[in-house]
Design a protein. Sequence first.
Length: 183
Amino acid sequence: MSTTGKLVCLTIVAGAMTIAAGQKFDYKILATNKTSTMEKELNEAAAAGYIFSAVMGGDTVGGKEAVIAMVKSPAKRSYKLLATNKTSTMQKELQALADEGFDYVGQTVYQTALGGHEVVIIMEKDPAKKAHKTSYRLLATTKTSTTEKELNLAGQDGYSLVGMTVGKTAFGGSEIVSILRKD
């Protein structure tokens, strides 16, 4: 590793330690195997002063669940959850929420209680944020080479990658689902 690389690593580690030493965090974990209740739980936690931090889907002690971490914050937010096993309809839903002022914050793929697989996208609205025009693009491919080609084409149009998951969906089989954003 070069001296510059070591310096960058040390700077990042030192910065992380400074933040951790000076702040305390209060987390809330939401976990469910029913995406139909997750949006309600997200907004209840938001009303109690929590904002989205991270999401994952997979096997937990509670079964196959979507798990969301939220952190206490003075900021007020609201949430919408998109969940589907048909990625073809998600592009339209994603853009419709963006047009309402929601921004992408995370995604996962997990197996539902009924044995299906869903792509779950979490959108967040910050009422204090100035309205802006955001365009989203969803790419769903089965081959990594196709994913790279499509990401590069979208990148040439000014889209940046904000999230990616891999999972089985109802019609595409195993798909790489990429979400891109352009402001």
